[in-house]
Design a protein around this ligand. Structure first.
Ligand code: IPM
Ligand code: MN
Length: 330
């Protein structure tokens, strides 16, 4: 049966790279029934729609959501991010953001292979806080971080389950327990409690600042990394930078309980400066589609697509997509 996929191409290069991802999945012989949703900054500027409840309910009926990129320079920061992207992550309970990284970091002589599990529904992203006396010399702004035992535990548990299926069976917690003593303590105690249920998995802990050094200078130490929402956001850009560039970085926003669709998107943004020029690298979108196929039980096609993305070369968006599609077809 065809998988029912909601496609949000979005803004900038989003639609271009998403088209290549769909092209490659078709070449791999995967049956897809796609429905396009016109959402993002451009749509918002046109008629004010960001992500209404009716649209959200419509999305709930799909097997998965494939997203290109959202955001345009003409819309103030936060409007589309909070109203569309984060709304989907929160409302669809996409509590795991899984971001795999492979490649040879600059200055290293061999490739690394690790995956970051970023908590995706809590932390500073929740938007706790507010502002007082705005625009005055006495302005006060607070921005809290929400960490629940349930939210932290389910994310950490996912990381351990994932590690069980990997060769090295190793999980590193990344946080800042020496300064964020409330949230860090909750994360650390939860990590230790879950770890005790997985005696077959080795563990480590790194402060997030130290992890930044190791991502660059010793990435081989990592297998599965689990961390909070904001640390994960920052660390995964660095992960992309040391793994061949952000043009290759893919991500899966997962609802592991499968109470609704999961969402798959490249880590990169909408790159409005090169939109419409056929220059964007579609590999991140194609690899995100491969993550989607994994989650939909199409691991054979996903594996073939991943292999076809190796050294897919440079060139226009459509020519790189054609190269990958041709390899997958063979
Ligand atoms: C990401 C992005 C988003 C995030 C932005 C666009 C809200 O940077 O997916 O990493 O911060 O999560
Ligand atoms: Mn980010």
């Amino acid at each position: 049966m065809a998988h029912r996929i909601a496609v949000i191409g979005g803004d900038g290069i989003g639609p271009e790279v998403t088209n290549e991802a769909i092209k490659v999945m078709a070449a791999a012989g995967v049956e897809l029934d796609t429905t396009a949703f016109d959402l993002g900054g451009a749509r918002y500027l046109r008629d004010g729609e960001i992500l209404g409840d009716d649209t959200l309910d419509a999305l709930r009926g799909f097997d998965a959501i494939l997203l290109g990129a959202v955001g345009t320079p003409d819309v103030p920061p936060g409007v589309i991010e909070r109203g569309l992207l984060l709304k989907m992550r929160f409302e669809l309970d996409l509590y795991v953001n899984q971001r795999p990284f492979g490649g040879t970091a600059p200055g290293q002589d061999r490739p690394h292979e690790f995956v970051v599990i970023r908590e995706n529904t809590e932390g500073p992203y929740v938007g706790e806080g507010g502002v007082l006396r705005k625009g005055t010399p006495n302005e006060v702004a607070t921005q809290g971080s929400v960490n629940t035992r349930m939210g932290v535990e389910r994310c950490i548990r996912y990381a351990f389950e994932l590690a069980r299926g990997r060769e090295r069976r190793h999980v590193t917690l990344v946080h800042k327990t020496n300064v964020l003593t409330f949230a860090g303590d909750l994360w650390e105690r939860t990590f230790d409690a879950v770890a005790s249920e997985y005696p077959d998995i080795d563990t480590a802990y790194n402060h997030v600042d130290a992890a930044c050094i190791y991502f660059v200078q010793d990435p081989h130490r990592y297998d599965v990394v689990v961390t909070d929402n904001l640390f994960g956001d920052i660390l995964t850009d660095l992960g992309g930078a040391v793994s061949g560039g952000i043009g290759l970085a893919s991500s899966a926003n997962l609802n592991p309980a499968r109470t609704g669709p999961s969402m798959f998107e490249p880590v990169h943004g909408s790159a409005p400066d090169i939109a419409g020029t056929n220059q964007a690298n579609p590999v991140a979108a194609v690899l995100s589609a491969a993550l989607m196929l994994d989650f939909l039980g199409e691991s054979d096609a996903a594996g073939r697509i991943r292999a076809a993305c190796d050294d897919a070369g440079t060139g226009s968006t459509t020519s790189v997509g054609d190269t990958i599609a041709a390899r997958v077809r063979d």
